[in-house]
Write a protein that binds this ligand. Structure first.
Ligand code: PLP
Length: 319
């Protein structure tokens, strides 16, 4: 196994660059085909079922201040998804953790977005039987990216409620983190058409579900609720339950109607990509007084403080 990164590779632009050359790649390191590579060299076959059929599962953990945040929970979810999809990889939990550490360490990033993924792969005979495919594991570390930018974190996101229904759990088990995103992407375009910055989709009963890459919470009379069904059990969502328990706040998973969301005292979204992020406008109407709520601000502060706490985070093994 080679650990070499091309020393002559050009410095790469950051993910936040506004106009990204379609032939450029974020500055990072991938693990693929048993090798650590610059992102520009991490390539897979177009015949891979991950690409052709979205037949894949993945997980994203982040590194902040040189520390992984709740890596064990991400590994649990990833290995759970592999089992449910009947995929096998040649690494156990410790092996995957080591690869993630190496990707971050080789990239040198102290704030990183770190993904582990497995595709169905392709069959050597091009058989249409998924059991013949050789599953493909890969991982990468790139600079940390957030759903909300600095200004949006300060003043709150403006969201639109889409009429697109999130893919129901009877079709795709949402506990398997997946790339079935066409509903979410169509929701995003709806939101942009209506002058909003991101979208919330509904579940099959017309209640609020989740958005492109995030869960949602509302706060009423000091009590927090988040949709119970048809959503990815996000690790940041779980973290809000844990922070709520520590801070003495009631947090429940329950149906959240659109009317209830609109009338909430506070609304926020949660994702590994950005943490806890306030929402202050829904369909052009302010949430309560249109300012970031007190409970949201408090949770945001505690969430980031936990990144230094050894009970919640672990140091990357940099050389
Ligand atoms: N919902 C969906 C559909 C997601 O893709 C994600 C993250 O990518 C989330 C929710 C948030 O999950 P987490 O907090 O684990 O990042």
């Amino acid at each position: 196994m080679s650990n070499l990164i091309d020393p002559h590779a050009k410095p790469l632009p950051s993910l936040s660059a506004r106009h990204i050359d379609p032939h450029s790649y974020p500055d990072g390191v991938a693990f693929l085909h048993g090798q650590y590579l610059p992102m520009s060299q991490a390539k897979i076959s177009v015949l891979d079922w991950g690409f052709l059929h979205s037949d894949a599962t993945y997980d994203t953990v982040h590194v902040w201040g040189g520390r992984f945040f709740r890596l064990d929970l991400h590994l649990d979810r990833f290995f759970g998804g592999l089992e449910k999809l009947r995929m096998t990889i040649p690494f156990d939990r410790d092996g995957v953790a080591e690869i993630l550490h190496n990707c971050v360490a080789l990239s040198g990033h102290r704030a990183a977005y770190v993904e582990m993924l497995c595709t169905r792969g392709a069959s050597p005979t091009f058989s249409r039987d998924p059991r013949d495919a050789v599953n493909r594991f890969m991982a990468f570390a790139v600079p940390f990216g957030s759903v909300a930018d600095a200004e949006q974190l300060q003043r709150g996101l403006h969201v639109a409620i889409s009429d697109k229904v999130r893919i129901p759990p009877a079709s795709i088990d949402p506990t398997i983190k997946n790339y079935h995103w066409l509903d979410l992407v169509r929701g995003l375009y709806d939101a942009y058409d209506r002058g909003a910055e991101t979208a919330l989709l509904l579940d099959f009963n017309g209640n609020v579900a989740e958005g492109p890459g995030f869960n949602v919470f509302c706060v009423d009379d000091g009590k927090l609720s988040t949709p119970a069904v048809g959503v990815l059990p996000g690790i940041t969502r779980r973290t809000v339950f844990d922070l709520g328990a520590e801070a003495g706040l009631a947090v429940a998973a329950a149906d959240v109607s659109v009317a209830a969301l609109r009338q909430s005292d506070e609304v926020f979204i949660t994702s590994t990509a950005g943490g806890i992020m306030p929402v202050t406008m829904i369909d052009g109407i302010p949430v309560a007084d249109g300012k970031v709520g007190a409970i949201t601000s408090r949770l945001m502060a505690i969430y980031w403080r936990k990144h230094e706490d050894p009970a919640w985070s672990s140091p990357v093994r940099y050389p």
